[in-house]
Design a protein around this ligand. Sequence first.
Ligand code: ADQ
Length: 735
Amino acid sequence: MSKLHIVANRLPYSLVKEESGYSLIESVGGLATGMKSVYTEYGGKWIGWSGVNSDDLSTDDSAEIDSLLSEKSCVTVPLSEQEILEYYEGFSNKTVWPLFHYFTQYVDYSPENWKAYKRVNQRFADRVLEVAEDGDTVWVHDYQLLLVPGMIKSMKPNVTVGFFLHIPFPSYEVFRILPWRMELLEGMLGADLLGFHIYDYERHFLSSVRRLYGYEIAFNEIHAEDRIIKADSFPMGIDYDKFKKTSAAVMQKTIQERSELHQELEKYFMTSPNRRLILSIDRLDYTKGIPQRLKAFRKFMEKYPEFHGKVTLIMLAVPSRGQVEEYMMLKKEVDELVGNINGTYGSINYTPVWYFYRAMPFENLVELYNMSDVALITPLRDGMNLVAKEYVASRGNQTGVIVLSEMAGVSKEMGEAITINPINEDEIAEALYRALTMPIEEQKERMGYLQERIQRYSVFKWAGEFVDALENVKRIQKEFLVKKITSSVFEDLNAKYNKAKKRAIFLDYDGTLTSFHKNPQEATPNEELYTILNRLIADERNTVTIISGRDRYTLEKWFADVPINLICEHGVWLRKYGEEWQTLTKVNNDWMPVIRPVLERFVDRTPGSFIEEKNYSLVWHYRKAEPEQSLIRANELKDELLNLVGNLNLEIMEGSKVIEVKSGGINKGIAANQFINNEKFDYLMAMGDDWTDEYMFKELQAEAITVKVGIQRTSANYKLESVDAVRKFLKQLSE
Ligand code: ADQ
């Protein structure tokens, strides 16, 4: 059975050295939690660094650590002190991190660090190649390992590679600054599927690929030389139930059973029962907007004196990258600001900012989430920001308000939060006032929606969807390679064609015989097409039919001088040449319970979209969703529905910003079969480019030669890449 391996800078365990030897502590971070469920299920390995500098380890220590970790299916990649300095703290954290977060002024362009980054990425790839076999899948994580997908692919093309970027991907204008931009992109393009938190990062990535590589990109598929590579957004979730349960358990405890921190807080509440808590939690990083947040809080104090003595900002900052200059300066600035605010607005029994510069145990974190009235999350840039989701999951009584930066990926999923621009101190101050005075009913309503959504799209669902999407790309890739009409395949098809005595040929129009046009009425047939069709029809053994979604008046007009059969409006109208038009209908709707969950899943993943239920149809509306992303989703939905509706007698119709699934009995497949109507043809051929043509491909007899135009997934048995290829193919056949 093929396996799934995970590659990340760090392994999901930390090492503790004791007198008797080493032991392991399981990491509780979001990535570790989500991925453990994946790699253990698929019998794979986790490849990463143990967190210990290899210079400090004797051969025996290393062997002991490797064996401990290998019991947990982990494979260690050793890193020396110099490598940690150059690859991790250097290129990863001083080059990629600031650049991808738009802090171009902090970017270090050291060629030595770049060389080390390449060398260490190669070591990761080598370790992967020791364990991954042909047919296995490897999922690589994050900005420290951007080159690894390409390195794996070049050595083992038959390993499927997924890559997920946990930080933003910047706009092309920023990405292009990097001297090694081509190498980084090439590394990423080794993956078969690239995942991002939100659509904007995906869009930026695709735009860099288009501009720097010139590859053709159709929606979110990159057509590289010999491969289809897909990019998509998967907003990472959290282990929702763990936060929910811990929060409930904490609240069940008596005051004496609770943590020291909690008891301190309770004392504080007892002395002033009306006090309100604002919470902020992050790593101490310049991307998190901590000084700006403090200044905004100071502004709030300035503007709203009625809150003096009544509101406290609890600010937790986990120490991070403390040896780097920018971080040292940041720490100094934060220390000073906290001192300034407390000095200005504090009193003997009131401290406006409680500042903790340390990591907290999980339970304390949940306690704080549970006890705080407002979560103040104001990063200047943030890939996702899981703190916002953790706060939502911990709110047992459904109260609480989130003030959230629009620069955090998570803001796309949290329309119910109060969103702010993290640079705008006035706006944040106002948002704090609004949050602290928001009626309980409104808080509950907003929190209710948030909880429903965040619970549904948990970290497990996120991981599962990524793995499914990766499987899907694998299928599409295989299919295209297997089905392409090469010259030897053509010889074979041509031989069959020549042998046949009675042929039925069904040709879709738009996207198959003619390229698309912005204005559909301008996609008229040209001389070349008339010539090709007339030549096909001139052969008496051929019965040629145009089968299209277009209305009958247009087709009748365009083909007035061609003795051809026409099927219009996806099979509603059928006209054999020389006969009258005829129609066909039939209605039932017991398919709805099967299709509704599919649409609901798309509602989950496409904020702003919704479902409308009619008597005989279900409609997915996406007018209010983000326009570019919803187009991609609409395509995916159609694709997915197609696979489901085969036996359900349904039609999928696309309208203006809607996709409608309705009871049918009408489609191109039924129409084509009705056209054939027991006549004996010894050569059946159907060509088409979109999902409505899939009905033909599926419903025509198994011996039919079905040809999909384009590289998308299909049930046709052959593929051609373009309208030009179709015309050339038909020309050659008729010769
Ligand atoms: P981070 O930049 O680390 O992650 P975030 O997503 O907010 O940012 O995760 C921080 C985690 O650390 C949370 O799970 C939080 O509970 C924990 N944490 C924060 N302060 C803590 C404290 N004082 N004590 C203990 N734990 C604390 C990167 C990207 C993000 C992206 C994630 C996941 O920068 O944008 O959301 O990866 O992809």
